[in-house]
Design a binder for this molecule. Structure first.
Ligand code: FAD
Length: 556
């Protein structure tokens, strides 16, 4: 990857108190795959006036936080990476956390992103200024304003520990899989693993040989398939380095195989019966005890919950020092953990592999839109966003990995890159309005999109498979998964269709100069232009309107 360097800096705008406040064209929240990808795409679009706000002291998101033993991707590395930053040196087909984290650090260096990144800058709140048509973003360190905000705070970045009665009375060690305590020595301890999701099944085989006893509290058994994991050989790496097309071909094959699987998940769940047989055989090969087999046999259709990949999970559960309690954790009484079925287990340490705040993302509580309500309030009945990106009442704002963009079987990087196409087109079209303008998705467009998604959802394995999963929100609606191929998602996010947006333009005189007072018009005076037909929106793209902002306004 050739180095791309250029430092972007914001201009000043004047706050109500008269103090100059930094203004940027774009503020990106988060520095995982989503935030770093957004930063690369902004620079490539010629936009250097942006910042990346990250709450922690380093970049990486998921891959910085999840350092638990055994942590690795479960989509092959050649697909689980940016298309614009191929890595011929992936060490394994499913690379481990440290390699993925190093890759993301490398992306930040290679693409010259460091000068834009503000670490230890948690976004505490942000609100839309209806007069100035910009976002006021408050971080731990400073307040800035931005024409456009990209929220890339991640769907799996805020760990969730269930509210277990008596947990406070537990005197041993307690931590979440995403907050691993590397100073705590598990050797010789009685350890309880709560949960049997994607993280738990990676942790269990690694710690089982070291601990005295390991008890796995399993609410629902997962379907587990073999993991075709192997070292990528020296000659393969050499070839991918010397002839990049071979790496691209490898990526293409991995992508194509996954695209072909989508129909079974979304339209023909009955076709998944054969996969269930393979998964059952996989379990029976490792587990001979009929009682344990019974506990580990799912009673729902494969794919309804995320299909997990492991060659070592079932052998670990068959070990003499490992027990499976086929019931959720109900209560903690001192050092005793009580399951819903009454089973009692003594423990020195509890590890929660219980997932994340997915359908109740904390960032949504912190974002206040044009109507003065938060995104969380708008989403109380369920998350929804136009094309998984934009929410009505939240102008010039988009979420990376927003509602109904998750995948059950392929790489989230494909989705992220599609959304970044949408981001770039959004900004380019916004740019054609010259000065300050705001695009707000029309409520009818958001509803129509969401109805369409929910209608398609009815046939999918996630709705018909007979399971309860983290894909569903508190109302039982699937607001997380994309019910189509990644190719289709790429198409529907290729361009921003302006007919789906209300366009608001600040009237003349609202432009501000760095360090000078603002002569802003009241919100009511701003012109709201409901966009019309797609044909007109195309015209709007090609025909640059009269600029509304004038002298002094810095744009890059
Ligand atoms: C253990 C694990 C394994 C996974 N494996 C795969 C896989 O194999 N394939 C796959 O496709 N997906 C996988 N995923 C999903 C994974 O989360 C996504 O693929 C991807 O990493 C998400 O990137 P992101 O940038 O959207 O979010 P994240 O990587 O979560 O990054 C979000 C960033 O935002 C920051 N942030 C959050 N709130 C604020 C705030 N208020 N202010 C400032 N910063 C904030 C966080 O600190 C974090 O750095 C996995 C997830 C986990 C947890």
């Amino acid at each position: 990857m050739a180095a791309e360097r250029e430092n972007g800096s914001g201009s000043g705008r004047v706050s109500e108190s008269g103090r100059a406040r930094e203004h940027v064209r774009v503020a990106v929240i988060g520095s995982g795959f989503g935030g770093l990808g957004a930063a690369v795409r902004l620079r490539r679009a010629g936009i250097t006036d942006f910042v990346v706000l990250e709450r922690r002291d380093s970049v990486g998101g998921t891959w910085r936080d999840n350092s638990y033993p055994g942590c690795a991707c479960d989509v092959p590395s050649h697909l689980y990476s940016f298309s614009f930053a191929p890595n011929p040196d992936w060490p394994r087909t499913f690379s481990g956390q440290s390699h993925i984290q190093a890759y993301l650090e490398g992306v930040a260096d290679t693409f010259g992103l460091r000068p834009h990144i503000r670490l230890d800058s948690e976004v505490i709140r942000m609100s839309w200024d209806t007069e100035e048509l910009h976002w006021v973003v408050e971080t731990e360190r400073a307040t800035l304003t931005a024409d456009f905000v990209v929220s890339a705070t991640g769907p799996l970045s805020d760990p969730k520990i269930p509210d277990i009665p008596g947990l406070d009375s537990f005197e041993g060690k307690v931590f979440h899989s995403a907050q691993w305590d590397h100073d705590y020595d598990l050797r010789g301890k009685r350890v309880v693993m709560v949960g049997t999701g994607a993280s738990a099944i990676q942790i269990v085989p690694v710690i089982a040989p070291d601990v005295d006893r390991l008890t796995v509290f399993q609410r629902t058994p997962p379907w587990v398939m073999p993991r075709v994991d192997r070292r990528i050989t020296g000659p393969e790496r050499w070839l991918h380095g010397k002839v990049p097309a071979t790496g691209a071909l490898r990526r293409g094959v991995l992508w194509g195989i996954r695209e072909l699987q989508v129909g079974a998940f979304t339209k023909h769940p009955n076709q998944l019966g054969l996969i269930e047989k393979l998964a059952s055989a996989h379990m029976k090969r490792a587990v001979k005890d009929p009682e344990l087999r019974r506990k580990l046999t799912p009673d729902y259709r494969i794919g309804c919950k995320r299909i997990l990949l492991s060659n070592s999970y079932y052998p670990a559960l068959a070990r003499p020092n490992v027990d499976v309690v086929a019931s959720g954790l109900a209560e903690v009484r001192g050092s005793t953990l009580v399951a819903h079925d009454g089973t009692e287990t003594e423990a020195d340490a509890i590890i929660f592999g219980t997932g994340f705040h997915v359908t109740d993302m904390p960032i949504a509580e912190r974002i206040k839109g044009a109507n003065g309500t938060t995104l969380a309030e708008e989403w109380r009945e369920g998350m929804k966003a136009l094309r998984g990106c934009t929410a009505s009442g939240f102008p010039n704002f988009m979420t990376v990995i927003g509602p109904n963009t998750g995948l059950g079987n392929s790489s989230m990087i494909l989705i992220i890159e599609s959304q970044l196409n949408y981001m770039v087109d959004f900004l380019e079209q916004l740019g054609t309005f010259g000065g300050r303008a705001a695009f707000d998705p029309r409520p009818a467009a958001v509803e129509a999109w969401n109805d369409h998604i929910q209608d398609r959802m009815r046939r999918t394995v996630w709705s018909t498979g007979g399971c309860d999963s983290w894909y569903l929100d508190a109302n039982g609606r699937n607001t997380t998964v994309w019910p189509g191929t990644t190719g289709e998602f790429r198409r529907v996010t290729k361009r921003l269709d302006l007919s789906e947006y209300d366009v608001q333009r600040a009237p003349s005189g609202t432009a501000t100069a760095a360090g000078t007072a603002t002569a802003s018009a009241p919100a009511s005076a701003a012109a709201t232009t409901p966009a019309t037909a797609p044909a007109q929106s195309a015209a709007a793209r090609s025909k640059r309107p009269e600029p509304v902002a004038t002298a002094g306004e810095e744009r890059s």
